[in-house]
Design a binder for this molecule. Structure first.
Ligand code: GLN
Length: 262
């Protein structure tokens, strides 16, 4: 029979959080119960998790959830795992001028829904729509919603062809398709990560089409890769003004905000 302590000493990756997950106990509860002997069921569940984690499956796909901003989100392998740097987009959006008004907001490629749901939860007077190409991701997003949000399936602006918004926001795929960094992300949906040779294919589509879907003085807010900011500013100059650039909390270039030219 194996005890909590035996496992804690094993040195397996994320063993403490995995024990917490299987035994439904906090870290401190584990320590104070470290002679507890796992039942056969607990042991087999834990050991299958240890194996999956060793093979590189992210912890969030084992626990099935991940915190983002002030909420907890269900995540599945159909959705990207929320990244802390995306919280920057929320901070920027919540600080926008007129944010106390009834803004019409669109989140493109919503995935698990983190951006749309967090903004709507913070600002229930906003009318928020969210699109995604993946029907499976939208099911996850719907289950995460805390307020009324319009979820629509289709590529980029396709499901909102005749609509306009005050704010369009997106964390689109932006990794270069041959980037070796992708080897570390092999459990996440590739369609949510890569966008052509330079990683900008989807950002170019969004920047080109956004002016048709923005109200006068409407805002476009995008997350992007750490080395893409200058090229994105260049893409924005034709149809946008008041372009602002932002660094994430690791001091990496991470977001742009721009206002459509009238
Ligand atoms: N920021 C994520 C990462 O670097 C990628 C998400 C994305 O492509 N939008 O892992």
């Amino acid at each position: 029979m194996k005890t909590v302590q035996d496992y804690l000493k094993s040195g397996a990756i994320d063993i403490a959080p995995l024990l917490s997950l299987v035994l439904e106990k906090s870290g401190t509860e584990l320590i104070s119960n470290n002679h507890y002997q796992l039942s056969l069921g607990e042991k087999s569940r834990l050991e299958s998790f240890i194996l999956k984690r060793q093979k590189g499956m992210p912890f969030a796909y084992l626990s099935g959830n991940r915190g983002f901003y002030h909420l907890d989100f269900k995540v599945t392998p159909d959705t990207l795992i929320p990244r802390p740097e995306t919280e920057l987009l929320i901070d920027i959006a919540l600080e926008l001028p007129y944010s106390n008004q009834d803004l019409k907001v669109l989140d493109l490629g919503t995935g698990s829904g983190i951006i749309a749901i967090t903004l709507a939860d913070k600002n229930p007077h906003w009318q928020v729509s969210a699109t995604d190409y993946s029907a499976q991701a939208l099911e996850v997003a719907k289950s995460n919603a805390t307020t009324q949000i319009e979820f629509l399936q289709g590529g980029w602006f396709e499901p909102v062809a005749d609509q306009t918004f005050d704010l369009i926001i997106s964390n689109p795929p932006y990794i270069e398709e041959n980037d070796s960094y992708l080897d570390d992300l092999s459990f996440e949906p590739i369609s949510a990560l890569t966008a052509g040779k330079d990683g900008l294919d989807d950002i170019r589509i969004i920047i080109n089409q956004a002016p048709n879907h923005l109200e006068n003085n409407g805002f476009l807010l995008l997350e992007h890769g750490h080395d893409q900011q200058a090229r994105i500013v260049e893409l924005l100059t034709e149809n946008f003004t008041h372009i602002q650039t932002f660094k994430d909390y690791n001091s990496k270039d991470r977001a742009v905000l721009a206002q459509v030219k009238n």
